[in-house]
Design a protein around this ligand. Structure first.
Ligand SMILES: Cc1ncc(COP(=O)(O)O)c(C=O)c1O
Length: 267
């Protein structure tokens, strides 16, 4: 078995996505983990073989991860001195993507460069658990404009997709790029792209630069492949959207649309 450690390092990310600091619920604080490792004869049927540190997601820089790994290695040494033979280190995920399509966040290579010197010469199998970095830019949420309205000079584009389909903007203040599928017809100006749910936080974008839009236009909310469908819900009695896999010029439905009958069956 492995222990998940809380290395007490602040990660440079949204506070809802930091998991390895001293106020986070995740992992074991290092003194407790060490006490546990030193009193292992209570668990004769368990072999302590690994440690795990995942300090958060969408990490802007690799330094906190390197700090976490350094602390995990101190724990490995202390645990080995207490008679264990720790053979694996799991560094978790957190490798970021560029949601704005422009800024290059830290690359996987940057993380490797920060971690390699710490791991060199260590007899440890190193595991990674990347999620977002692999899949986020492979997915887009498609929504249809229902109507457009102006309120006190601000433009609101109301779509049939909302926070139940893509929670990240409401939960994390995430800023996904939004663009018309058919391309731009006219100059872009800021618009709030809002869903149809009775929540003030029900936005897909707060101020997306968008051309003039009309009911029926399709919008693509980009980089929705991670923490998109997996965090979706049926809130406000809204069936789960289908998922469509595109391969070259063909596509197929890989998760069909939820039906009203299926929703009602649980009521
Ligand atoms: C333990 C653990 N590992 C890996 C990940 C993946 O993180 P990311 O998608 O940022 O790479 C998560 C995400 O919550 C996690 O909790």
């Amino acid at each position: 078995m492995a222990l998940r450690l809380n290395p007490s390092v602040p990660a440079e990310t949204h506070r809802h996505m930091a998991t390895g600091h001293d106020k986070a619920k995740f992992g074991l604080e290092l003194p407790s983990a060490l006490r546990l490792a030193r009193a292992w004869d209570r668990f004769p049927h368990l072999r302590l073989a690994g440690v795990h540190v995942h300090i958060g997601s969408q990490l802007a820089t690799p330094e906190p991860t390197a700090q976490a790994v350094a602390r995990a290695l101190e724990f490995v040494d202390a645990a080995n001195n207490a008679g264990h033979a720790i053979s694996t280190l799991n560094v978790g995920g957190g490798f970021p993507i560029a949601y704005d399509g422009a800024d290059a966040p830290a690359t996987v290579g940057d993380f490797a460069a920060a971690l390699a010197p710490l791991l060199e010469g260590r007899d440890l199998a190193v595991f990674l658990e990347p999620g977002r970095r692999i899949i986020a830019d492979a997915g887009a949420l498609l929504v249809e404009v229902q109507y457009v309205k102006e309120n006190y000079g601000a433009r609101f584009v109301i779509t049939d997709g909302g926070m139940n389909d893509l929670l990240r903007p409401a939960l994390y203040g995430a800023e996904h790029r939004v663009w018309p599928v058919a391309g731009a017809a006219g100059p872009a100006s800021p618009a709030g792209v809002a869903g149809p749910i009775c929540e003030s936080s029900d936005f897909l974008a707060r101020a997306a630069p968008l051309p003039p839009l009309a009911p029926g236009d399709l919008l693509a909310v980009l980089d929705a492949g991670a923490y998109g469908a997996t965090m979706s819900s049926t809130y406000n009695a809204r069936p789960l959207a289908p998922e469509v896999l595109v391969e070259g010029a063909t596509f197929r439905v890989v998760r069909r649309r939820q039906t009203w009958e299926e929703m009602a069956a649980l009521e």
